[in-house]
Design a binder for this molecule. Structure first.
Ligand SMILES: Nc1ncnc2c1ncn2[C@@H]1O[C@H](COP(=O)(O)OP(=O)(O)OP(=O)(O)O)[C@@H](O)[C@H]1O
Ligand SMILES: [Mg+2]
Length: 391
């Protein structure tokens, strides 16, 4: 079972590439589901069929679904959200603001992933291809299991302790509204089963993110930053798709010769910037890539030399290793800016901040009692050393 996520800047061809991958994989024999959360219903437009909130068959071995993120959020987070609104309102925060605050940023995105996780577990599919939102939202989506897990854990711990000691008669005297049993049950189900399972799925070697770019500077730069951010959370990227490349026949015309040269330059640049990820070139087609046959042809060009469902580059994850007089953590962080990096150890966790993103890594038992001795960026690797303190 394999999960593939396609992301990239707005309009670069994510939906087209995700759909072409799915059609290609299904025609080569895999039971495939392609899913999108785009409220504009562009996956349905690309496949040229009307899609719903449940997977429906498109052709042999191929299903597609457009997730209704709003409805799903209500189903998963509804009661927790209502409780948060009650707490905020109690603290004198206006209804409107309280509701806004309790919207849980990223809830829509994470709900999408929970859906994908469910379909993968159903055993009905060998491959699930997700057409993700543009990069910012995708990052929120993949980092949220971390963030939500922490927030919900604190909420549960505090409120659980309160609920345990406060009898129903005393409830009226307690200065915060207490959640009822159902809120705990919902939070518990989300937290301990689904979010944990989702985190495991995202970190599984069978999950890969593919970055879609076009031969434009801004698009490439954004993808490169995304790669760093995804690496911080150990989400493996396995390939870059370079879309909308002018075909050979066009660049051999004098009029397009300069574009051809620039394009070659950008291709080489992307190969170097994203090494060791393979770069899959995708030609600019002479018309929009709509309908199964055009998607299949586009997919065959894209995957002429690869299996669309293969892990195209081995994942590089964090490793702890023995060091002279202690231990070291090596976390691959390609393209990280040392000026924006910050590393701290708090109890048994290592906090790594890269720009606006923060990751906390639980330290193995043998390393947790040691002190943070040094942290530096060594090429594409963040190297953090732990050693016994002086005392
Ligand atoms: N290789 C290609 N050749 C020709 N047309 C393409 C190609 N790739 C994408 N397109 C066209 O470009 C437009 C945008 O593509 P698409 O919808 O796949 O982008 P997207 O990244 O999903 O956009 P959004 O960020 O809005 O979701 C569509 O009209 C699509 O048919
Ligand atoms: Mg799209």
């Amino acid at each position: 079972m394999r999960l593939l996520l396609y992301t990239g800047k707005g309009g670069v061809g994510k939906t087209t590439t995700a759909a072409a991958t799915a059609v290609c994989a299904a025609r080569r024999g895999l039971r495939t589901l392609v899913a999108s959360t785009d409220a504009a219903h562009s996956l349905g437009d690309v496949l040229a069929i009307r899609l719903g909130a449940e997977p429906q068959q498109v052709e042999d071995r191929l299903h597609a679904v457009e997730i209704d993120a709003r409805a799903e959020v209500e189903r998963h987070w509804g009661r927790i959200r209502d409780y948060l609104v009650a707490v905020l309102r109690y603290q004198g925060i206006e209804d409107m603001v309280a509701e806004e605050l309790a919207l849980l940023p990223g809830a829509e995105e994470i709900t999408t992933l929970l859906g994908a996780e469910g379909w993968l577990r159903s055993g009905d599919y060998d491959l699930v291809v997700l057409d993700c939102a543009p990069t910012g939202a995708t990052l929120r989506m993949v980092t949220l299991p971390d963030v939500a897990h922490g927030a919900l854990r604190i909420l549960l711990r505090v409120q659980g302790a309160l609920a345990a000691v406060v009898t129903p008669a005393a409830r009226a005297l307690v200065p915060v509204p207490l959640p009822d049993r159902h809120v705990f049950q919902d939070a518990d189900r989300l937290l301990y089963r689904r979010l944990r399972r989702l985190r495991r799925r995202l970190l599984d070697p069978s999950t890969s993110v593919r970055l879609v770019v076009t031969p434009e500077r801004m698009v490439i730069d954004e993808a490169r930053r995304t790669w760093t951010d995804l690496s911080l959370f150990e989400l493996p990227c396995d390939a870059v798709v370079m879309n909308r490349l002018l075909p050979e026949a066009a660049v051999s015309e004098a009029f397009f010769a300069d574009w051809g040269r620039l394009q070659d330059e950008r291709l080489r640049e992307v190969a170097a910037l994203f090494a060791p990820l393979p770069v899959l070139p995708a030609p600019l087609q002479d018309d929009e890539v709509i309908g199964l046959e055009r998607l299949a042809a586009h997919g065959e060009q894209l995957f002429a030399e690869h299996d669309p469902a293969a892990v195209l580059s081995p994942p590089s994850q964090a490793v702890f290793e023995r060091d002279d007089d202690g231990y070291a953590l090596c976390l691959p962080l390609p393209g990280a800016d040392p000026a924006l990096l910050d590393v701290a150890k708090v109890d048994d966790e290592l906090l790594v901040r890269a720009g606006p993103l923060r990751r906390s890594l639980r330290l193995p038992r043998r390393i947790a009692p040691l002190d943070l001795a040094a942290a530096r960026l060594d090429g594409d690797q963040l190297r953090v050393r732990f050693a016994r303190g002086a005392d």
